[in-house]
Design a protein around this ligand. Structure first.
Ligand code: C5P
Length: 226
């Protein structure tokens, strides 16, 4: 079973996806971590973020290992576990440069499909998972929330991780990313193929209950019709 969860930063999709995977006892893939890992590698190698060819060279030559479990996605670059370093604000700021290079997207999409084929079942979370990577997934979700609530959540996460950030900085960073990111899941919404959940006023446990309820009801329907 493949379940896709897409939506903007701060919509709560990472934590909800992880909790859903744990409840269903299937692996969880954080595809943002894969884009961040290549951004991290590009920073380490001093690549020019405006030179697509340089970024593509980093993506082609870096060894990216992704380990998915029901409660984690751990990422290694060239043998080093960088999972924690990926949350650094410097990495967040440059990931968009990496994510807009089509050659890099093609490479990571291929890798995501290989991971799914290997594992069989997956809760996979990102921006393009339902529209591009797994259009035939069993269930597609799009999570969203107001900008204010998303900025508030992201700011608390970053402060908890030890980063000094202000609400204004986080809010501006989210708005910049929204413009680029939202194009990726719009086709899925336009086709009416996704279940949309607005998490603005929901507690995390309520979001996970909704996700799990929808998945289990789909499974029952599939079992009856099959
Ligand atoms: O989800 P997260 O905030 O870790 O993603 C970091 C960035 O990676 C996003 O802002 C987006 O630019 C990019 N990304 C993407 N496609 C995905 C996942 C992430 O373009 N499937």
């Amino acid at each position: 079973m493949i379940i896709t969860i897409d939506g903007p930063a701060g919509s709560g999709k990472s934590t909800a996806a992880r909790k859903l995977a744990a409840r269903l006892e299937i692996p969880y893939l954080d595809t943002g971590a894969m884009y961040r890992a290549l951004a991290y590698a590009a920073l380490q190698r001093g690549a020019d973020m405006r030179q697509e060819a340089d970024l593509l060279e980093v993506a082609r030559t870096a060894t990216l290992d992704v380990d998915c479990g029901p409660t984690h996605t751990r990422v290694r670059v060239d043998g080093h576990d960088v999972s924690e370093a990926l949350r650094d604000p410097r990495v967040s700021e440059v990931t968009a440069f990496v994510a807009r290079v089509q050659g890099i997207r093609d490479l990571l999409v291929r890798k995501q499909r290989e991971i799914a084929a290997d594992l069989g079942s997956l809760v996979t979370e990102g921006r393009d998972q339902g529209s591009v990577v797994f259009p035939d997934a069993d269930v597609h979700f799009v999570l969203d929330a107001s900008l204010e609530r998303r900025a508030e959540r992201r700011m608390h996460e970053m402060i908890a991780d030890g980063h000094e950030v202000t609400f204004a900085w986080v809010s501006e960073n989210l708005q910049t990313r929204d413009g680029i990111d939202s194009r990726q899941w719009l086709p899925l919404l336009a086709a009416g193929r996704a279940i949309i959940i607005d998490t603005t006023d929901l507690k995390l446990s309520e979001v996970v209950d909704r996700l799990e309820g929808e998945v289990r009801s789909r499974c029952r329907t599939a079992a009856h019709s099959g």
